[in-house]
Design a protein around this ligand. Structure first.
Ligand code: PHE
Length: 471
């Protein structure tokens, strides 16, 4: 019943919760790595364009679908399509995708938590020994960390939308922002930080190529939590008097600001340690950056700010990433959870219990796939490479299915839903019908955006699974 549906208590609560979802490992680590490799300011410019021109419309589509139907993603597609319609498969995708992304994100969050605990216990130097990450991820203690992180996320979710998700975001998001600004100010005050700052904001267009453009788009898309059903779900908890457009712009701004600040932290720190660094040559994946490169960076910073200075900075940074990851995990598990509650009529706690078991098992399989079990470590073989169970989930769901989901939602909203999008976006926004935004959405959601997402999808399939680069 719509009347008994839980809602966020205010626009601020909603924006903080959605920003909590958007701000995650992607912003704090993925973004700085991508900017560093993509020519600083040039990447920044592309990222901003993609966020507002390509991702914002998809955000509006997802939020509108959720709020108009007042349902979880499966329920939303069931309500809006006739029986046996192929569109109904979108509901299924919107259940499986967040479920599987939750698994890989959970595993990385567990590692981050472990690094935070180790650094806080004065063991920063242990983390830079060769094979530190391999040893950590393969030690039995990792399961204790998994239970701790899983338990924390479940506790927040079990308390409901207002008292769990919203309350957690209202505490964690301001804390995250204050810590981030504090760290940025501190790093910027160190010698040579301005060299990094210059690299960050002054565009170097010579670094731009098809891969950088693709990375900027995927980064923006992932960072705004698109294609995962999260915004459909959170949109269904948004009060029916709020303007979706204004809320979405606030969420995108908050997300981009945090990503920008994370770059302000990492890039100057790299140059403080070595002003002659060529950032384009640094590690190329977020995972190696967080777990191998950053601990080294903090240790080298000890030369400037002392042993405890380096450890405190490192602990604060990992705590920051951990907080950001928790609010993202909460949002992604809420998607299948809301489907079990709404469409399958389960009680919240019962639904969570039902979900936590398979998520736990699959997370354990991922943990096993870093060398503990050969079968899971060399689980699949494609594009000439052996892939672990964890790699397969990342390649399939994060790299491939996310852009596909984005493409499908654009098509659904424009071809199946038609003017309902306009009706929903008009609420709380009287000028919408005559606005430039409406004209832009009318055009971009049927042409530009699906076309680009289709190429990203195609390129990923060819590149990831057959080793052929289309671009
Ligand atoms: N926006 C998140 C990030 O940047 C992505 C995400 C959201 C991942 C929710 C998982 C769950 O990290």
């Amino acid at each position: 019943m719509a009347a008994s549906r839980e809602q966020f208590s205010s626009r601020l609560g909603f924006v903080l919760a959605a920003a909590g979802s958007a701000v995650g490992i992607g912003n704090l680590v993925g973004f700085p790595v991508a900017v560093t490799k993509g020519g600083g300011g040039a990447f920044l410019f592309l990222y901003l364009m993609f966020t507002f021109l390509l991702c914002l419309p998809v955000m509006l589509a997802e939020l509108s679908l959720g709020r108009r139907t007042q349902k979880d993603p499966i329920g939303a597609y069931l309500q809006q399509t006739p029986a046996r319609s192929a569109w109904r498969l979108l509901g299924l995708l919107a259940f499986i995708t967040p479920f599987m992304i939750a698994v890989f994100y959970m595993v990385i969050t567990v590692w981050i938590f472990r690094y935070f605990v180790e650094i806080s216990s004065g063991n920063l130097h242990e983390l830079v020994k060769p094979d530190a990450l391999t040893n950590f991820v393969n030690s039995p203690e990792i399961f204790v960390y998994l239970l701790a992180v899983g338990g924390f996320v479940l506790f927040i979710l079990a308390s409901g939308v207002k008292n769990g998700i919203e309350k957690a975001a209202k505490v964690m998001m301001p804390l995250l922002f204050i810590m981030l600004v504090g760290l940025v100010l501190f790093v910027l005050s160190l010698d040579n930080a301005l060299v990094g700052l210059r690299y960050y904001v002054i565009p170097d267009v010579s670094k731009l190529n098809a891969t950088v453009v693709n990375t900027a788009l995927s980064q923006a898309f992932f960072s705004l939590s698109l294609g995962m059903g999260i915004l459909i779900t959170y949109g269904s908890y948004l009060s029916q008097s709020e303007s979706i457009t204004q809320s979405a712009i606030l969420i995108a701004l908050a997300d981009t600001t945090v990503a920008f600040f994370a770059g302000l932290l990492i890039l100057p720190a790299i140059f403080v340690v070595d002003p002659s660094t060529d950032p384009a040559k640094l590690s190329d994946s977020s995972v190696t950056m967080i777990f191998n490169y950053l601990p080294k960076l903090f240790i080298e910073l000890e030369g400037v700010i002392g042993f405890w200075g380096g450890s405190i900075l490192a602990a604060a940074f990992f705590l920051l990433v951990f907080i950001a990851a928790i609010t993202s995990l909460v949002s992604i598990i809420e998607v299948p959870n809301s489907s079990l509650i709404d469409t399958f009529k389960m009680k919240r706690k019962h639904a969570l219990l039902k979900l936590s078991f398979p998520i736990l098992i699959l997370s354990v399989c991922c943990i096993f796939s870093f060398g503990m079990f050969e079968f899971l470590t060399s689980f699949a073989h494609y594009a000439g490479q052996s892939k672990s169970f964890f790699d397969l989930i990342v390649d399939l769901f994060y790299e491939t299915i996310l852009p596909l989901n984005g493409l499908l939602i654009c098509l659904f909203v424009r071809y199946r839903w038609k003017n309902k999008l306009d009706l929903e976006l008009q609420i709380g926004d009287g000028n919408y019908q005559n606005s430039m935004l409406k004209k832009y959405l009318d055009w971009s959601l049927v042409t530009l955006i699906p076309l680009i997402l289709f190429f990203v999808f195609l390129n990923t399939v060819f590149h990831k699974f057959w080793g052929i680069s289309v671009f």
